[in-house]
Design a protein around this ligand. Structure first.
Ligand SMILES: [Zn+2]
Length: 302
């Protein structure tokens, strides 16, 4: 972790002004996280270059640098979608959209399709017109091919830049526990915007732990072995809706995240140029939230 770090602007509001969250380095091996002083978004303000982060993901995503809790609880080393916790959260995301809007007859795309579980569930249960994956891992793309699911091997920014990509070609795009691990959350949402027609749907699902009751202790939330810029973004409901609204999505549904492990927001693409203003978080409250979280962790779990 001796790589050069440089400051990045807030992905939600664009401000360069950020305050360090004092308690984080105690659990992250000395690495820092910041909160935007303008909108309260929690993010890795100091990051390596896009290239360095991308290289790290390619080498460690399916290696051993993943979630401590998952590894300890399941006995699996490294990340796989075949564990009960992952199946459960993908099922939640699937049924959330299917109940509120519906996959039937839709052209569906999953960004960060992984091992294809989400698309396979839609394909076999929900009668979509088609399913398609965008997935950086070549190994996973081979799995998807084997399941009869077409895919693009690469990230969404490469996909949107590819000459064969048709803009506005999907009715639904899913980002399942993916946006927090991208290099630039705003650019990803902008690419998704271009891939949808006006009225098309984006659903973002993430493991929100910000400004909600504490669901796990801080030393489970951070892993000192993982560079913080491999998971740069930590969303509250306001931050996620604010990001979607500022790119051009109307956040038409926010799940009941307060007593659910997940934060899931459905955005509907608005006409070109339209924005949806959303309440910001107060960064002093964000810092106080982390302080309370530290107190809970230290008193009860360490
Ligand atoms: Zn901001």
């Amino acid at each position: 972790m001796s790589a050069t770090l440089s400051p990045f602007a807030c992905d939600v509001c664009g401000s360069m002004e950020a305050a360090e969250i004092p308690v984080v380095p105690d659990y992250s091996g000395g690495q820092t996280l910041h909160t935007c002083t303008q909108c309260g978004f929690v993010f890795a303000h100091m990051r390596r270059s896009d290239e360095a982060i991308k290289k790290d993901w390619a080498e460690s995503m399916f290696g051993d640098a993943f979630d401590v809790e998952q590894t300890e609880n399941t006995g699996y080393t490294g990340y796989t979608a075949k564990v009960p916790a992952v199946t459960a959260r993908l099922t939640y995301a699937l049924e959330n959209f299917d109940t509120l809007v519906g996959f039937k007859g839709k052209k569906v795309c999953d960004i960060g399709a992984g091992e294809g579980d989400f698309l396979e569930m839609i394909k076999s249960r929900k009668n979509p017109e088609s399913v398609f994956g965008v997935e950086p891992s070549v190994e996973n793309c081979r799995l998807l091919d084997g399941m009869g699911i077409s895919c693009f091997a690469g990230g969404v920014e490469e996909y949107i830049a590819h000459p064969d990509t048709k803009k506005g070609a999907f009715d639904f795009i899913g980002l399942n526990w993916t946006l927090e691990n991208t290099q630039n959350a705003r650019r990803v949402i902008e690419a998704v915007y271009d891939l949808l027609p006006v009225g098309g749907y984006l659903q973002v699902a993430t493991g929100s732990r910000i400004l909600v009751p504490f669901k796990k202790p801080l030393h489970y939330y951070f892993n000192p072995r993982n560079p913080v810029d491999l998971h740069s973004f930590h969303f509250s409901a306001n931050a996620l809706c604010g990001l979607l609204g500022s790119v051009g999505f109307d956040p038409i549904h926010v799940n009941r995240y307060i007593d659910t492990d997940y934060l899931v927001v459905i955005g509907k693409k608005m006409e070109s140029g339209a924005k949806k203003p959303w309440p910001r978080d107060d960064y002093t409250r964000v810092i106080a939230f982390f302080e309370r979280w530290k107190k809970e962790t230290d008193e009860n779990y360490l």
